[in-house]
Design a protein around this ligand. Structure first.
Ligand SMILES: [Zn+2]
Length: 385
């Protein structure tokens, strides 16, 4: 009778075990509820457990074991804990190993592959690489996925496995080499050219504003894990040329703008004005001074003459363009020669008493089209200092 009951029990257990293998959604009872399994992956791990369980039941009559169809609800970890306590059973897992160091325990090869993909994603994310720019990716290093038995509770979650893997790879035993072709545009500033125009007076200018252009740059960038290690420009195309900025500066000298251009050629006080003097025309303005006092160019120009003549003594004629000239007479010394370019304010001579002169002074003339004008129309009447 006892043998018969025992046999009946064994048959019952066998049926339940078969059910455990065949029904995709099951609850497993072993005296108490052990757990609920939601899918085939979990079913495959329970097969190992069921087999072990069966062995135990062979030696024990006080335990009952059956499998029924039920709504899935329990968490895998709770199930695992119960199995661990009840069965002390191991299941089929895979271990991910980096340089002989165990990084993670996962259910199967597919999960291990997903973990490796997640590691790649982690580095790409950290390096902020736009995935559409990637042309090549190569994971170098010693990473293995090995089948092994482990307790269910040893299994890592995907997130936990990734953290462990990143941590183990701190010294970069695994190198994900990513090649990306990145494009960007760069602005090109316009160049500036300055041209002279005799349409405009000296001191006047107009600006024709240019426009920015841009170029497209294509770079090949190599990353190791999340670090950029190499960058090469492989293509540079100017999509739009910048349009240059043109500044037109006036060079025209005319009688109308002389006031703005001429400065006093000497600091000395005016000792004689332009006009009739002793029944004769005095064509210039005289500035009193001592021999050796500086005489400066009244405006920019070219030395047309630097010579001696009985009336003006040592004299200089500067040409300023557009038939405007200035003359500096009775000098003791000439510091420039014919053909020299001079700037307004340059010392060109020294005050003297050469030629027809009754004492040291500078005789200064402004000539427009060869006609002497009253220079005091154009220069400050006092020396301003
Ligand atoms: Zn004079």
């Amino acid at each position: 009778m006892k043998d018969k009951a025992c046999k009946k029990e064994k048959i019952k257990k066998s049926i339940m075990l078969i059910l455990a293998f065949m029904i995709p959604y099951v609850s497993v009872y072993f005296s108490d509820i052990v757990g609920l399994f939601k899918n085939n992956t979990q079913m495959s791990s329970i097969k190992v457990l069921a087999a072990t369980l069966n062995n135990k039941l062979q030696d024990s009559n006080d335990a009952d074991f059956f499998v029924i169809n039920n709504k899935p609800s329990a968490e895998r970890n709770n199930v695992a804990t119960k199995f661990k306590v009840l069965m002390n059973a191991k299941i089929n897992t895979v271990k991910v190993i980096v340089n002989n160091e165990e990084a993670a325990v996962l259910y199967n090869k597919e999960e291990a592959d997903r973990l490796i993909d997640n590691l790649k994603g982690y580095y790409l994310n950290n390096a902020k690489i736009n995935k559409s720019t990637i042309t090549a990716m190569d994971l170098k290093g010693n990473i293995e996925v090995k089948e092994a038995l482990a307790y269910d509770w040893e299994l890592d979650t995907m997130e936990g496995a990734l953290n462990k893997l990143v941590n183990i790879n701190k010294n970069n035993n695994l190198i994900l080499e990513t090649t990306a072709i990145e494009k960007h545009t760069e602005e090109l500033s316009p160049s500036v050219s300055i041209i002279s125009s005799s349409e405009l007076n000296v001191g006047e200018s107009k600006t024709q504003q240019g426009e920015n252009g841009f170029k497209e740059i294509e770079k090949k960038i190599i990353y190791n894990n999340d670090k950029k290690v190499n960058e090469t420009i492989i293509k540079e195309v100017i999509v739009k040329q910048p349009k240059e900025t043109i500044i037109t500066q006036g060079v025209r000298v005319s009688e109308e703008n002389l006031t703005a251009l001429l400065i006093r050629p000497s600091r000395g006080a005016i000792s004689s004005f332009y006009g009739m003097r002793w029944g004769k025309m005095h064509k210039g303005t005289d500035f009193a001074g001592n021999i050796g006092d500086p005489v400066v160019a009244s405006m920019d120009g070219t030395v047309k003459e630097a010579a001696f003549e009985p009336t003006y003594g040592n004299y200089i004629v500067l040409s300023h363009g557009n038939s405007i000239e200035t003359l500096y007479g009775h000098c003791s010394e000439l510091k420039v020669k014919s053909g020299d370019k001079v700037k307004k304010g340059d010392i060109i001579a020294a005050v003297g008493n050469t030629g027809r002169s009754t004492g040291p002074h500078l005789h200064f003339e402004v000539r427009v089209n060869g006609v002497a004008k009253d220079s005091l129309k154009y220069i400050p009447k006092t020396n301003g200092s």
